[in-house]
Design a binder for this molecule. Structure first.
Ligand SMILES: [Zn+2]
Length: 309
């Protein structure tokens, strides 16, 4: 660069130096970006919420992955190691993760366990709290807020970006909640009855006015007896259910058998306790909800009035 005595060139040089100095001061005042928070979520739906809210501030993994059943999960040694390295653990609570305390003890994890369902009003199921609270989008909003507060507390230097992401996510959940309510309310009440294989939709039922019929005591972990199957076939006929719906985490053959015996159609699959594989129909909490609502509305729409979506 030519550096002769021309005044304006010197002036430019000084300005550039000043700008450089200010730039250096500004970047020194800003905290060095912390490495992402290592978050272990107990199952895929929570992991997705943490990812939505945390974005680049988190590195999240799920103990119970897509299409897997958290009710019958058995941690492996690699889960114990993952837990030991975690900065933060996020669990559903409400007795959903019966295995979590043993896993924490085995791993030696001493950090915080965020209970995502904190602050929701639990429904009852089989004499205890029903854990499937995420099946009501109003509860989903509480979960997201609890996760936001925990992430901000654990990574305060990234509070602004986490809060911004959380606010955008809440807007999407609120819009979906309104859409879900109005689409289901548009169906005749007599059509809003379906049969599913386990009691995972109590919160959905209460929030949106759909009746889910599941055989009593039929958990995903055990085969129902011939008597239980006969009872649900009887119930299906008596209650004039609109359809039977299979679930991604349970054996579809049973539902197909009940449908055959009760003379009902199988109206597709619902996602209850787990997301689907990445890139498929229910790979996020929002996609799961959209898929379930679409499937239910199609199954419950009176014959002859169905239209393409
Ligand atoms: Zn369940």
């Amino acid at each position: 660069m030519r550096f002769n005595a021309a005044r304006h060139t010197m002036r430019r040089g000084l300005l550039a130096a000043a700008a450089l100095l200010i730039g250096t001061l500004a970047s020194a005042a800003e905290p060095v970006t912390a490495p992402p928070l290592r978050v272990v979520a107990t199952f895929s739906i929570l992991a997705d919420m943490v990812r939505e809210v945390g974005g680049p501030a988190v590195e999240v993994s799920a103990l119970v992955g897509p299409n897997a059943d958290a009710h019958v999960f058995e941690p492996t040694p690699s889960d114990v190691r993952r837990m030991a390295r975690a900065d933060l653990v996020v669990a559903n609570g409400l007795r959903f993760e019966g295995w979590i305390e043993r896993l924490i003890a085995a791993s030696g994890y001493r950090g915080q366990v965020v209970v995502a369902s904190a602050g929701i009003t639990p429904l009852r199921l089989d004499g205890g709290a029903d854990p499937h609270a995420w099946q009501n989008l109003a509860n989903g909003q509480r979960y997201a807020e609890t996760i936001r507060a925990a992430l901000v507390a654990a990574a305060p230097t990234r509070a602004a970006e986490i809060n911004e992401r959380a606010a955008a996510y809440q807007q999407r959940l609120i819009a979906l909640e309104q859409d879900t309510g109005s689409r289901i309310a548009a169906l005749p009440e007599s059509r809003r009855r379906v049969i599913t294989s386990h009691d995972a939709f109590g919160y959905f039922a209460a929030a949106y006015g759909v009746r889910f019929i599941a055989p009593r005591g039929w958990t995903t972990g055990s085969e129902p007896s011939a008597e239980a199957v006969a009872r649900i076939v009887r119930q299906a006929r008596e209650t004039k259910a609109s359809a039977l719906l299979v679930e991604n985490i349970s054996d579809p053959r049973l539902i197909e058998r009940i449908a055959r015996e009760a003379g009902l159609k199988v109206g597709g699959a619902l996602y209850s306790d787990a997301l689907s594989a990445p890139g498929t129909a229910a790979d996020t909490y929002i996609h799961l909800f959209e898929h379930n609502v679409r499937t239910l509305v199609e199954a419950m729409t009176p014959a002859g009035t169905q239209h393409a979506h």
